[in-house]
Design a protein around this ligand. Sequence first.
Ligand SMILES: N[C@@H](CCC(=O)N[C@@H](CS)C(=O)NCC(=O)O)C(=O)O
Length: 215
Amino acid sequence: MIFYDYFRSSAGYRVRIALNLKNIVAQRHAVSLINNANHHADYMALNPQGFVPLLIDGDGDDKFQLTQSMAIIEYLEERFPTPALLPRTIRERATARALALMLACDVHPLNNKRILDYLSEPLKLDKEAKAAWTNKWISDGLRAFEVQLSKLSVTAFCMGDAPGIADIFLIPQIASAQRFSVDVSAYPRCMAVYTEAMQHPAFDAAQPAKQTDAS
Ligand SMILES: N[C@@H](CCC(=O)N[C@@H](CS)C(=O)NCC(=O)O)C(=O)O
């Protein structure tokens, strides 16, 4: 398996955690977003969106390329079912996906590099305005996530005592919130899960600072 990633990518971070939890060793290729390597023709031929992550499974006639972190993680889940990243019942699985998608669809895209670059040029927003932008969307998203979490029983991870898909999406979003100096103390349930996850080897090894391309 080949995995295209960038150390600072939240979407890549999700896939790193999933690979680690499932003990899958993938050959990792770093694509520097800061150097725009994701916009080079050879990478754009692999992913016309120019985004990481990208997974390649198999080769020759059996070669399968997949983009989008949620699709990649669900593919890994079906291909390597143990340990399961989705809960046992249909309703719990739907809840876990809803939690993950709150962050993947409604928070993360608003604070992506291409959006922040566009706010600078051509929209001419200054550093303070951009900081207010990121703070607003991350805080709104985490506030809602915290409310949803508080409706569930208190467990070590979002939905039980073992890590799953909701945690895989939450932890990179918390790391991103910290990087953008969002006050995360307002989300105690989220932060309890974060503290727990950081002690888990699969989450620890997936941290941006522990990747070979970290700078
Ligand atoms: N919905 C996609 C988002 C992928 C994405 O936005 N990746 C970012 C890094 S976290 C990226 O490649 N950004 C490049 C850019 O913004 O130019 C997924 O979940 O995989």
